[in-house]
Design a protein around this ligand. Structure first.
Ligand code: SF4
Length: 214
């Protein structure tokens, strides 16, 4: 049913010619580019160094992020932080954001269960992400999971076949280097007997990213 909703997209709320991430962040709470703003607690924009070498793009904020208004502060964010440290990627070299800026969930009793954003939510929210990448202008854009990867590389991307190596793409801002890997929440969902290997593969991917930096 939600696929039938009209989603104007975020462009109308993105400031014209913003000169900083702070200017974007200040404008984002007013966004009504899709319906996800309404049940969410608040917009969750981004965190980290706005002139970083590496931009990490996830799917959407989770329950903890929605409550605190900061991306990657829940269990997946903690796992990501550990993986970044093991890979030798200092937090001050990264900018973290999401393809969708409001938490999409299904209420179940007192709980809010994560619901994957639809392609049209990602499209509606993309003007924010495009401006973020223009302003941060990172050396590498790391796409954490399928939603982020499809948001920026298109629907044919597959984590299994496309992860672990740099992908150069022409964009409206020139050629960019993208790098696909798994989302840390996918590591957390991996069955226990395979979780260590999934985590090690994420760390290995992040080490490869470090090796791409000049
Ligand atoms: S999810 Fe994105 S497009 Fe939708 S209201 Fe939030 S900021 Fe705007």
């Amino acid at each position: 049913m939600t696929e039938q909703l009209e989603r104007p997209g975020a462009q109308e709320w993105v400031p014209e010619h913003p000169d900083s991430i702070d200017a974007l962040r200040a404008a984002a709470p007013a966004c009504r580019g899709c319906e996800l703003w309404e049940p969410a607690t608040q917009v969750v924009f981004s965190a980290g160094n706005s002139h970083a070498d590496v931009a990490l793009v996830g799917e959407q904020p989770g329950d903890a992020e929605d409550t605190r208004g900061i991306p990657f502060v829940g269990p997946a964010g903690q796992l990501l932080q550990r993986a970044l440290e093991e890979a030798g990627l200092a937090r001050d070299r990264v900018y973290v954001t999401n393809a969708v800026k409001h938490f999409r969930f299904t209420p179940r009793g007192n709980r809010r269960i994560h619901a994957t954003p639809e392609t049209s939510h990602v499209a509606a929210c993309r003007p924010w992400l495009a401006e973020e990448l223009r302003l941060v202008d990172p050396q590498v854009v790391v796409l954490l999971g399928a939603t982020a990867a499809k948001a920026l590389l298109g629907p044919s991307v597959r984590i299994g076949k496309d992860r672990g190596h740099p992908i150069e793409r022409e964009t409206s801002q020139g050629v960019r280097t993208f790098f696909v890997t798994t989302h840390p929440s996918a590591v957390l969902r991996t069955p226990e007997d395979a979780r260590d290997a999934a985590y090690a593969a994420l760390v290995e991917d992040l080490r490869t990213v470090v090796g791409l930096l000049t």
